[in-house]
Design a protein around this ligand. Structure first.
Ligand code: IPM
Ligand code: MG
Length: 357
């Protein structure tokens, strides 16, 4: 098979972790006789510095011409004082919109090898944590109009619009129910329907779509309760289905309680065209360029790219197994270091995974 992957290194530790992700991916597919071609695009702060825009037209074109987009991370203190519409993050939102990536899949789990890192009480952690947040990614208050910051009667007001159409809810609900069918067949839909009309529609539509999935169990939680349940007993969750803003918050919560944010991959998919695959963590500017970053979330994002983006489950599993083996052999980057383990840098970690493919 021949495929073209568009690489978007972004900012901070982005370039170094993406190098390792691409190396591992390339080694895995070569082993099975496939040839991948790579293009590169600027996004985020790096793009702002070079072109003035956080998502240049050339990057959009390169992404659209590819079979999958492999992104590392955007943002950093250098651009923190820019207005929201000029910030690196805007590039990320724009590429999601441009590629129609409405479904964001964010798994969070406790890897047996790293169970000690979990931030929860041992008796809670022991019950297990293996869930996936299915977050709607191109609607909600993130994109709703009108939005603005202006003066009204001499006083400043800021406003955004929380809005979902029936169609937007239907398509993400299907993704969640189908995802559940590959797992433990449980979907918990999260909303704030005790207060918000948007959420009332959300709950109604999800309930309607569920009629096509009688084999999947559906429950509903208000977002405040869901945030609480996630730390009280995350083992109750399989698939969490929610909108853009609630999903942003809950997916950070779900991933950080595992204690190994540096391990978690994500996928963003549209109805057709290339998907985008990236680690859940950010650009960690404090350790950028020091070969200290953990490349494993990026390497595992390569596995998601292969499985979900290119339907290459065998190569995806090769990468996941090689990562497990590397951890089992005791290698750790600083963020997941424990007494008695072997400390390695970013490049070394990538190399160790390649050797175990
Ligand atoms: C994420 C991030 C982005 C979001 C930011 C960087 C725009 O927090 O991917 O979760 O809010 O979606
Ligand atoms: Mg976020």
């Amino acid at each position: 098979m021949e495929k073209t992957i568009c690489l978007l290194p972004g900012d901070g530790i982005g370039p170094e972790i993406l190098d390792q992700g691409a190396l591992v991916m390339d080694a895995a597919v070569k082993k099975n006789g496939h040839t991948f071609h790579y293009t590169k695009g600027l996004i985020g702060g790096a793009a702002i510095d070079a072109t003035g825009s956080s998502l240049p037209e050339e990057t959009i074109a390169a992404c659209k011409a590819s079979d999958a987009v492999f992104l590392a991370a955007v943002g950093g203190p250098k651009w923190d004082n820019l207005a929201p519409e000029k910030r690196p993050e805007r590039g990320l939102l724009a590429i999601r919109r441009e590629l129609g990536l409405f479904a964001n899949l964010r798994p969070a789990m406790l890897l047996p090898e790293l169970a000690g890192a979990c931030l929860l009480r041992p008796d809670i952690a022991q019950k297990g944590l293996d869930l996936i947040v299915v977050r709607e990614l191109t609607g909600d208050i993130y994109f709703g109009e009108p939005r603005g910051l202006e003066k009204q009667d001499g006083s400043r007001v800021g406003f955004n619009t929380m809005i979902y159409s029936e169609e937007e809810i239907v398509r993400i609900a299907h993704v969640a129910f189908k995802t559940a069918r590959q797992r433990r067949r449980k979907v918990c839909s999260v909303d704030k329907s005790n207060v918000l009309e948007t959420s009332r529609l959300w709950k109604e539509v999800v309930t309607e779509v569920h009629k096509e999935y009688a084999d999947v169990e559906l429950s509903h939680l208000y977002v405040d309760n869901a945030a609480m349940q996630l730390v009280r007993d995350p083992s109750q969750f399989d698939v969490i289905l929610t909108g853009n803003i609630f999903g942003d918050i809950l997916s950070d919560e779900a991933s950080v309680i595992t204690g190994s944010l540096g391990m978690l991959p994500s996928a963003s998919m549209g109805a057709q065209g290339p998907g985008l695959f990236e680690p859940v963590h950010g650009s960690a500017p404090d350790i950028a360029g020091q070969d200290k970053a953990n490349p494993l979330a990026t390497i595992l994002s390569a596995a998601m790219l292969l499985r979900l983006g290119l339907h290459m489950p065998e190569e995806a599993a090769m990468i996941e197994k090689a990562v497990d083996k590397t951890l089992a052999d005791g290698y750790r980057t600083g963020d997941i270091m424990e007494a008695g383990k072997k400390a390695v840098g970013c490049q070394e970690m990538g190399k160790l995974v390649v050797e175990r493919l």
